[in-house]
Design a protein around this ligand. Structure first.
Ligand SMILES: *Cc1c(COP(=O)(O)O)cnc(C)c1O
Length: 428
Protein backbone atom coordinates (compact mmCIF):
# COMPACT_ATOMS: atom_id res chain seq x y z
CA UNK A 1 0.00 0.00 0.00
CA UNK A 2 1.33 3.41 -0.94
CA UNK A 3 0.96 6.16 1.62
CA UNK A 4 2.85 8.87 -0.22
CA UNK A 5 0.52 11.69 0.74
CA UNK A 6 0.42 10.68 4.43
CA UNK A 7 4.21 10.84 4.51
CA UNK A 8 4.26 14.18 2.75
CA UNK A 9 1.57 15.65 5.03
CA UNK A 10 3.44 14.43 8.09
CA UNK A 11 6.65 16.15 6.96
CA UNK A 12 4.74 19.43 6.59
CA UNK A 13 2.90 18.84 9.90
CA UNK A 14 6.10 18.28 11.90
CA UNK A 15 7.31 21.70 10.85
CA UNK A 16 4.30 23.51 12.31
CA UNK A 17 2.73 21.21 14.95
CA UNK A 18 4.76 19.64 17.81
CA UNK A 19 5.48 16.08 16.69
CA UNK A 20 3.18 16.67 13.74
CA UNK A 21 0.05 15.69 15.68
CA UNK A 22 -2.50 17.20 18.05
CA UNK A 23 -2.51 14.22 20.44
CA UNK A 24 0.66 12.17 21.05
CA UNK A 25 -0.31 8.54 20.32
CA UNK A 26 -1.51 9.56 16.85
CA UNK A 27 2.11 10.00 15.78
CA UNK A 28 2.47 6.17 15.62
CA UNK A 29 5.97 6.42 17.09
CA UNK A 30 5.36 3.43 19.36
CA UNK A 31 4.80 1.22 16.33
CA UNK A 32 7.88 2.60 14.52
CA UNK A 33 5.74 4.26 11.93
CA UNK A 34 4.33 7.57 10.75
CA UNK A 35 0.69 8.61 11.06
CA UNK A 36 -1.85 7.73 8.41
CA UNK A 37 -3.73 10.88 7.39
CA UNK A 38 -7.40 10.14 6.84
CA UNK A 39 -9.79 11.80 4.51
CA UNK A 40 -13.06 9.99 5.11
CA UNK A 41 -14.85 7.50 7.30
CA UNK A 42 -17.66 5.23 6.07
CA UNK A 43 -19.25 2.92 8.61
CA UNK A 44 -16.56 0.45 9.72
CA UNK A 45 -14.05 1.81 7.20
CA UNK A 46 -11.50 4.59 7.01
CA UNK A 47 -10.15 5.95 3.73
CA UNK A 48 -6.73 7.58 3.87
CA UNK A 49 -5.29 10.52 1.95
CA UNK A 50 -3.94 8.13 -0.71
CA UNK A 51 -7.29 6.42 -1.18
CA UNK A 52 -6.44 3.22 0.77
CA UNK A 53 -9.29 1.56 2.69
CA UNK A 54 -8.96 0.12 6.19
CA UNK A 55 -11.30 -1.65 8.59
CA UNK A 56 -11.19 0.64 11.62
CA UNK A 57 -10.85 -0.58 15.23
CA UNK A 58 -9.79 2.78 16.66
CA UNK A 59 -13.20 4.36 16.08
CA UNK A 60 -11.80 7.73 17.14
CA UNK A 61 -10.57 6.06 20.39
CA UNK A 62 -14.06 5.06 21.46
CA UNK A 63 -16.70 7.65 20.57
CA UNK A 64 -17.80 6.08 17.27
CA UNK A 65 -19.79 3.14 18.60
CA UNK A 66 -22.07 3.50 15.56
CA UNK A 67 -19.14 3.67 13.15
CA UNK A 68 -18.24 6.60 10.92
CA UNK A 69 -20.77 9.07 9.53
CA UNK A 70 -23.89 7.31 10.79
CA UNK A 71 -26.73 8.85 8.74
CA UNK A 72 -28.86 9.83 11.76
CA UNK A 73 -25.92 11.46 13.54
CA UNK A 74 -24.95 13.38 10.42
CA UNK A 75 -28.56 14.50 9.88
CA UNK A 76 -28.90 15.78 13.47
CA UNK A 77 -25.57 17.61 13.19
CA UNK A 78 -26.74 19.19 9.95
CA UNK A 79 -30.11 20.32 11.34
CA UNK A 80 -28.55 21.61 14.54
CA UNK A 81 -25.91 23.63 12.69
CA UNK A 82 -28.56 25.21 10.46
CA UNK A 83 -30.17 26.59 13.62
CA UNK A 84 -26.91 28.21 14.73
CA UNK A 85 -23.64 26.88 16.07
CA UNK A 86 -23.55 28.22 19.61
CA UNK A 87 -25.60 30.56 21.77
CA UNK A 88 -23.75 30.84 25.07
CA UNK A 89 -27.16 30.35 26.65
CA UNK A 90 -29.10 27.24 27.57
CA UNK A 91 -30.89 25.08 25.00
CA UNK A 92 -33.48 22.35 25.52
CA UNK A 93 -31.04 19.80 24.05
CA UNK A 94 -28.83 20.05 27.15
CA UNK A 95 -31.74 19.24 29.42
CA UNK A 96 -32.70 16.32 27.22
CA UNK A 97 -29.11 15.03 27.38
CA UNK A 98 -28.90 15.38 31.17
CA UNK A 99 -32.25 13.58 31.57
CA UNK A 100 -31.21 10.72 29.29
CA UNK A 101 -27.92 10.35 31.14
CA UNK A 102 -29.71 10.20 34.48
CA UNK A 103 -32.28 7.74 33.15
CA UNK A 104 -29.48 5.41 31.95
CA UNK A 105 -27.08 6.01 34.87
CA UNK A 106 -29.28 6.72 37.93
CA UNK A 107 -26.30 7.49 40.23
CA UNK A 108 -25.87 10.67 38.16
CA UNK A 109 -28.70 12.52 39.86
CA UNK A 110 -27.39 15.84 38.57
CA UNK A 111 -25.19 16.29 35.50
CA UNK A 112 -22.95 19.08 34.22
CA UNK A 113 -21.88 19.03 30.55
CA UNK A 114 -18.33 19.99 29.57
CA UNK A 115 -16.24 19.69 26.39
CA UNK A 116 -13.92 16.74 26.99
CA UNK A 117 -13.15 13.83 29.27
CA UNK A 118 -10.20 15.77 30.67
CA UNK A 119 -12.48 18.58 31.76
CA UNK A 120 -14.89 16.10 33.32
CA UNK A 121 -12.29 14.37 35.51
CA UNK A 122 -10.54 17.63 36.41
CA UNK A 123 -13.84 19.12 37.55
CA UNK A 124 -14.89 15.97 39.42
CA UNK A 125 -11.61 16.04 41.37
CA UNK A 126 -12.05 19.69 42.30
CA UNK A 127 -15.56 18.90 43.46
CA UNK A 128 -14.48 15.86 45.48
CA UNK A 129 -11.81 17.93 47.21
CA UNK A 130 -14.29 20.71 47.93
CA UNK A 131 -16.94 18.33 49.26
CA UNK A 132 -14.60 16.44 51.57
CA UNK A 133 -12.29 19.33 52.45
CA UNK A 134 -9.37 16.96 51.78
CA UNK A 135 -6.45 17.16 49.35
CA UNK A 136 -5.19 13.68 48.56
CA UNK A 137 -6.48 11.47 45.77
CA UNK A 138 -5.92 7.83 44.95
CA UNK A 139 -5.62 6.71 41.35
CA UNK A 140 -4.27 3.52 39.80
CA UNK A 141 -1.13 2.94 37.74
CA UNK A 142 -2.02 2.68 34.07
CA UNK A 143 -5.47 4.28 34.39
CA UNK A 144 -5.76 7.39 32.24
CA UNK A 145 -8.02 10.25 33.25
CA UNK A 146 -7.05 12.93 30.76
CA UNK A 147 -4.21 15.40 31.15
CA UNK A 148 -5.15 17.50 34.19
CA UNK A 149 -2.04 18.22 36.31
CA UNK A 150 -2.70 16.11 39.37
CA UNK A 151 -3.70 13.08 37.28
CA UNK A 152 -0.48 12.90 35.28
CA UNK A 153 1.16 10.36 37.56
CA UNK A 154 1.90 6.86 36.25
CA UNK A 155 -0.95 7.30 33.82
CA UNK A 156 -2.06 5.13 30.91
CA UNK A 157 -2.74 5.90 27.24
CA UNK A 158 -0.03 8.09 25.67
CA UNK A 159 2.01 8.19 28.87
CA UNK A 160 2.06 4.39 28.96
CA UNK A 161 2.87 4.29 25.27
CA UNK A 162 5.87 6.57 25.68
CA UNK A 163 6.90 5.39 29.16
CA UNK A 164 6.36 8.83 30.73
CA UNK A 165 6.02 8.47 34.56
CA UNK A 166 4.92 12.06 35.14
CA UNK A 167 5.02 15.21 33.05
CA UNK A 168 7.48 18.07 33.42
CA UNK A 169 5.64 21.32 34.01
CA UNK A 170 3.51 19.84 36.79
CA UNK A 171 4.65 21.19 40.19
CA UNK A 172 5.60 18.52 42.73
CA UNK A 173 3.28 20.24 45.19
CA UNK A 174 0.40 19.08 43.00
CA UNK A 175 1.44 15.50 42.37
CA UNK A 176 2.43 15.13 46.03
CA UNK A 177 -1.28 14.80 46.74
CA UNK A 178 -1.71 12.00 44.19
CA UNK A 179 -1.20 8.42 45.34
CA UNK A 180 -0.93 6.03 42.40
CA UNK A 181 -1.43 2.37 43.35
CA UNK A 182 -1.36 -0.94 41.44
CA UNK A 183 -4.77 -1.79 39.96
CA UNK A 184 -6.53 -4.80 41.48
CA UNK A 185 -4.38 -4.56 44.64
CA UNK A 186 -6.68 -4.40 47.69
CA UNK A 187 -3.77 -4.53 50.13
CA UNK A 188 -2.16 -1.42 48.64
CA UNK A 189 -5.45 0.48 48.90
CA UNK A 190 -5.96 -0.65 52.51
CA UNK A 191 -2.47 0.48 53.44
CA UNK A 192 -2.95 3.88 51.81
CA UNK A 193 -6.19 4.43 53.73
CA UNK A 194 -4.66 3.25 57.01
CA UNK A 195 -1.85 5.75 56.54
CA UNK A 196 -3.69 8.73 55.03
CA UNK A 197 -7.39 7.92 55.54
CA UNK A 198 -8.42 11.29 56.94
CA UNK A 199 -6.70 13.16 54.07
CA UNK A 200 -8.06 11.20 51.11
CA UNK A 201 -10.73 13.05 49.14
CA UNK A 202 -11.45 10.37 46.59
CA UNK A 203 -10.51 7.26 44.71
CA UNK A 204 -10.75 7.72 40.96
CA UNK A 205 -10.53 4.82 38.52
CA UNK A 206 -11.56 3.38 35.21
CA UNK A 207 -13.82 0.60 36.52
CA UNK A 208 -12.64 -1.46 33.56
CA UNK A 209 -9.31 0.05 32.55
CA UNK A 210 -8.85 0.43 28.80
CA UNK A 211 -5.85 2.75 28.68
CA UNK A 212 -3.21 0.15 29.58
CA UNK A 213 -4.93 -2.18 27.18
CA UNK A 214 -8.15 -3.75 28.45
CA UNK A 215 -7.75 -5.08 32.01
CA UNK A 216 -10.58 -6.63 34.00
CA UNK A 217 -11.26 -5.75 37.64
CA UNK A 218 -10.76 -8.80 39.85
CA UNK A 219 -13.89 -10.29 41.42
CA UNK A 220 -14.84 -8.06 44.35
CA UNK A 221 -12.30 -5.28 43.68
CA UNK A 222 -14.90 -2.65 42.79
CA UNK A 223 -17.16 -3.46 45.74
CA UNK A 224 -14.09 -3.39 48.00
CA UNK A 225 -13.37 0.15 46.77
CA UNK A 226 -17.00 1.14 47.34
CA UNK A 227 -16.84 -0.16 50.89
CA UNK A 228 -13.48 1.31 51.93
CA UNK A 229 -14.19 4.79 50.50
CA UNK A 230 -17.48 4.87 52.39
CA UNK A 231 -15.78 3.77 55.59
CA UNK A 232 -13.21 6.59 55.40
CA UNK A 233 -15.59 9.29 54.12
CA UNK A 234 -13.88 9.54 50.72
CA UNK A 235 -15.72 9.72 47.41
CA UNK A 236 -15.62 7.01 44.77
CA UNK A 237 -15.29 8.41 41.25
CA UNK A 238 -15.86 6.17 38.25
CA UNK A 239 -14.18 7.52 35.16
CA UNK A 240 -16.54 6.04 32.60
CA UNK A 241 -15.31 8.20 29.73
CA UNK A 242 -14.73 5.00 27.75
CA UNK A 243 -17.02 2.50 29.49
CA UNK A 244 -20.06 4.82 29.67
CA UNK A 245 -22.58 3.67 27.02
CA UNK A 246 -19.91 1.18 25.84
CA UNK A 247 -20.53 -1.69 28.28
CA UNK A 248 -24.27 -1.05 28.07
CA UNK A 249 -26.54 1.98 28.55
CA UNK A 250 -25.69 2.01 32.26
CA UNK A 251 -21.93 1.63 31.78
CA UNK A 252 -19.64 -0.32 34.10
CA UNK A 253 -21.58 0.67 37.21
CA UNK A 254 -24.67 -1.11 35.92
CA UNK A 255 -22.69 -4.15 34.74
CA UNK A 256 -20.97 -4.61 38.12
CA UNK A 257 -23.78 -3.24 40.30
CA UNK A 258 -21.69 -0.56 42.04
CA UNK A 259 -22.94 2.95 42.73
CA UNK A 260 -20.14 5.54 42.68
CA UNK A 261 -20.56 9.02 44.17
CA UNK A 262 -19.44 10.76 40.98
CA UNK A 263 -19.15 9.61 37.38
CA UNK A 264 -17.26 11.10 34.44
CA UNK A 265 -18.41 10.63 30.87
CA UNK A 266 -17.09 11.64 27.45
CA UNK A 267 -16.40 9.99 24.10
CA UNK A 268 -19.68 8.19 23.15
CA UNK A 269 -21.95 10.90 24.62
CA UNK A 270 -20.51 13.30 22.03
CA UNK A 271 -21.01 10.93 19.11
CA UNK A 272 -17.67 12.03 17.63
CA UNK A 273 -17.97 15.69 18.64
CA UNK A 274 -16.43 17.24 21.77
CA UNK A 275 -18.63 16.54 24.81
CA UNK A 276 -17.87 15.43 28.35
CA UNK A 277 -19.98 15.26 31.49
CA UNK A 278 -19.64 14.75 35.19
CA UNK A 279 -22.37 14.06 37.66
CA UNK A 280 -23.43 12.20 40.74
CA UNK A 281 -25.25 12.58 44.01
CA UNK A 282 -27.32 15.78 44.02
CA UNK A 283 -25.98 16.72 47.45
CA UNK A 284 -22.45 16.82 45.99
CA UNK A 285 -23.35 18.32 42.60
CA UNK A 286 -25.20 21.16 44.33
CA UNK A 287 -21.79 22.53 45.32
CA UNK A 288 -21.10 23.38 41.66
CA UNK A 289 -21.47 27.07 40.67
CA UNK A 290 -23.85 28.85 40.41
CA UNK A 291 -25.77 26.66 42.89
CA UNK A 292 -22.67 26.35 45.06
CA UNK A 293 -19.16 27.82 45.37
CA UNK A 294 -17.10 25.31 43.31
CA UNK A 295 -16.24 27.12 40.10
CA UNK A 296 -16.40 25.41 36.72
CA UNK A 297 -17.48 26.97 33.43
CA UNK A 298 -17.17 26.69 29.63
CA UNK A 299 -17.88 28.98 26.65
CA UNK A 300 -18.91 26.05 24.47
CA UNK A 301 -20.16 23.66 27.19
CA UNK A 302 -23.35 21.94 26.09
CA UNK A 303 -22.77 23.05 22.50
CA UNK A 304 -25.96 22.31 20.54
CA UNK A 305 -24.26 20.61 17.58
CA UNK A 306 -22.11 18.37 19.78
CA UNK A 307 -25.04 17.49 22.05
CA UNK A 308 -27.19 16.69 18.99
CA UNK A 309 -24.58 14.21 17.77
CA UNK A 310 -24.49 12.61 21.23
CA UNK A 311 -28.26 12.40 21.51
CA UNK A 312 -28.55 10.80 18.07
CA UNK A 313 -25.92 8.24 19.07
CA UNK A 314 -27.61 7.32 22.34
CA UNK A 315 -30.96 7.05 20.51
CA UNK A 316 -29.46 4.35 18.27
CA UNK A 317 -27.96 2.53 21.25
CA UNK A 318 -31.36 2.45 22.96
CA UNK A 319 -32.88 0.50 20.07
CA UNK A 320 -33.52 -3.11 21.06
CA UNK A 321 -30.69 -5.47 20.23
CA UNK A 322 -27.93 -2.87 19.80
CA UNK A 323 -25.73 -4.14 22.64
CA UNK A 324 -26.56 -7.77 21.88
CA UNK A 325 -25.32 -7.20 18.34
CA UNK A 326 -22.10 -5.55 19.60
CA UNK A 327 -21.58 -8.44 22.00
CA UNK A 328 -22.03 -11.07 19.28
CA UNK A 329 -19.57 -9.37 16.92
CA UNK A 330 -17.00 -8.78 19.66
CA UNK A 331 -17.30 -12.36 20.85
CA UNK A 332 -16.72 -13.56 17.30
CA UNK A 333 -13.56 -11.44 17.17
CA UNK A 334 -12.35 -12.68 20.57
CA UNK A 335 -12.97 -16.34 19.82
CA UNK A 336 -11.44 -16.03 16.37
CA UNK A 337 -8.28 -14.50 17.83
CA UNK A 338 -8.03 -17.21 20.48
CA UNK A 339 -8.43 -19.92 17.88
CA UNK A 340 -5.65 -18.43 15.74
CA UNK A 341 -3.32 -18.18 18.76
CA UNK A 342 -4.03 -21.80 19.56
CA UNK A 343 -3.46 -22.96 15.98
CA UNK A 344 -0.13 -21.12 15.83
CA UNK A 345 0.85 -22.17 19.38
CA UNK A 346 1.33 -18.55 20.43
CA UNK A 347 0.91 -17.75 24.15
CA UNK A 348 -0.53 -14.22 23.77
CA UNK A 349 -3.46 -12.99 25.84
CA UNK A 350 -6.81 -11.77 24.56
CA UNK A 351 -8.76 -9.67 27.08
CA UNK A 352 -12.25 -8.48 26.21
CA UNK A 353 -15.00 -6.62 28.00
CA UNK A 354 -18.11 -5.99 25.87
CA UNK A 355 -17.00 -4.34 22.60
CA UNK A 356 -13.49 -3.41 23.74
CA UNK A 357 -10.59 -5.80 23.43
CA UNK A 358 -6.79 -6.01 23.62
CA UNK A 359 -4.40 -8.60 22.26
CA UNK A 360 -1.47 -8.52 24.68
CA UNK A 361 1.85 -9.80 23.37
CA UNK A 362 2.57 -11.43 26.69
CA UNK A 363 2.57 -15.07 27.80
CA UNK A 364 0.90 -14.50 31.19
CA UNK A 365 -2.44 -12.98 32.22
CA UNK A 366 -2.43 -9.18 32.40
CA UNK A 367 -4.19 -7.81 35.50
CA UNK A 368 -2.33 -4.54 36.12
CA UNK A 369 0.00 -1.98 34.59
CA UNK A 370 3.34 -3.60 35.42
CA UNK A 371 2.17 -6.84 33.84
CA UNK A 372 0.99 -4.91 30.77
CA UNK A 373 4.37 -3.21 30.56
CA UNK A 374 6.07 -6.60 30.30
CA UNK A 375 4.50 -7.07 26.84
CA UNK A 376 6.67 -7.50 23.77
CA UNK A 377 6.03 -4.05 22.29
CA UNK A 378 8.43 -4.65 19.40
CA UNK A 379 6.39 -7.62 18.34
CA UNK A 380 3.26 -5.52 18.69
CA UNK A 381 4.78 -2.85 16.43
CA UNK A 382 5.45 -5.44 13.71
CA UNK A 383 1.95 -6.81 14.16
CA UNK A 384 0.42 -3.34 13.81
CA UNK A 385 2.38 -2.69 10.62
CA UNK A 386 1.43 -6.07 9.15
CA UNK A 387 -2.24 -5.41 9.90
CA UNK A 388 -2.07 -1.94 8.36
CA UNK A 389 -0.60 -3.38 5.16
CA UNK A 390 -3.53 -5.80 5.07
CA UNK A 391 -6.08 -3.02 5.42
CA UNK A 392 -6.84 -3.17 9.15
CA UNK A 393 -6.30 -0.04 11.23
CA UNK A 394 -5.60 -0.92 14.88
CA UNK A 395 -4.71 1.49 17.71
CA UNK A 396 -1.01 2.27 17.24
CA UNK A 397 -0.02 1.16 20.75
CA UNK A 398 -0.01 -2.06 22.76
CA UNK A 399 -1.66 -0.15 25.63
CA UNK A 400 -4.96 0.68 23.97
CA UNK A 401 -8.29 -1.01 23.28
CA UNK A 402 -9.67 -2.12 19.94
CA UNK A 403 -13.27 -0.96 19.58
CA UNK A 404 -15.97 -2.81 17.67
CA UNK A 405 -18.82 -0.66 16.34
CA UNK A 406 -22.36 -1.34 15.17
CA UNK A 407 -21.15 -0.62 11.63
CA UNK A 408 -18.89 -3.68 11.74
CA UNK A 409 -20.39 -6.90 10.40
CA UNK A 410 -19.39 -10.55 10.34
CA UNK A 411 -17.67 -9.85 7.02
CA UNK A 412 -15.28 -7.29 8.51
CA UNK A 413 -14.55 -9.54 11.49
CA UNK A 414 -13.79 -12.47 9.18
CA UNK A 415 -11.53 -10.32 7.03
CA UNK A 416 -9.77 -9.02 10.15
CA UNK A 417 -9.18 -12.55 11.44
CA UNK A 418 -7.74 -13.56 8.09
CA UNK A 419 -5.32 -10.63 8.31
CA UNK A 420 -4.41 -11.54 11.91
CA UNK A 421 -3.60 -15.13 10.95
CA UNK A 422 -1.37 -14.03 8.08
CA UNK A 423 0.36 -11.34 10.08
CA UNK A 424 1.06 -13.52 13.12
CA UNK A 425 2.44 -16.22 10.84
CA UNK A 426 4.69 -13.68 9.20
CA UNK A 427 6.12 -12.15 12.38
CA UNK A 428 6.37 -15.15 14.72
C1 LIG B 1 -10.12 9.52 26.78
C2 LIG B 1 -10.21 9.45 28.23
C3 LIG B 1 -10.18 10.60 29.04
C4 LIG B 1 -9.90 11.96 28.48
O1 LIG B 1 -10.88 12.38 27.60
P1 LIG B 1 -10.49 13.52 26.53
O2 LIG B 1 -11.79 13.79 25.85
O3 LIG B 1 -9.44 12.93 25.65
O4 LIG B 1 -9.99 14.67 27.28
C5 LIG B 1 -10.42 10.47 30.38
N1 LIG B 1 -10.63 9.26 30.94
C6 LIG B 1 -10.65 8.14 30.20
C7 LIG B 1 -10.93 6.83 30.87
C8 LIG B 1 -10.42 8.19 28.83
O5 LIG B 1 -10.38 7.08 28.12
Amino acid sequence: MKRTRSKLFFERAKDVIPGGVNSPVRACKAVNSYPVFFERGEGAYLIDADGNRYIDYVCSWGPLILGHAHPNVIAEVYFASKRGTSFGAPTWLEVEMAEIIRECIPSMEKVRLVNSGTEATMSALRLARAYTGRKKIIKFDGCYHGHADSLLVKAGSGLATFGIPASPGVPEELTAHTLSLPFNDEEAVKEAFEKHGSEIACVILEPVPANMGVVLPKEGFLSFLREITQRYGALLIFDEVITGFRLGLGGAQEKFGIKPDLTCLGKIIGGGLPVGAYGGRAEIMNLVAPEGPVYQAGTLSGNPIAVSAGLATIKELKKPGAYERLEALSKMLEEGLKEILKDLSLPYQVVRCASMLTLFFHDKPVTNFSEAQACDTNKFARFWQGMLERGVYLPPSQFEAWFVSLAHTEREIEETLRAVRETLREIR
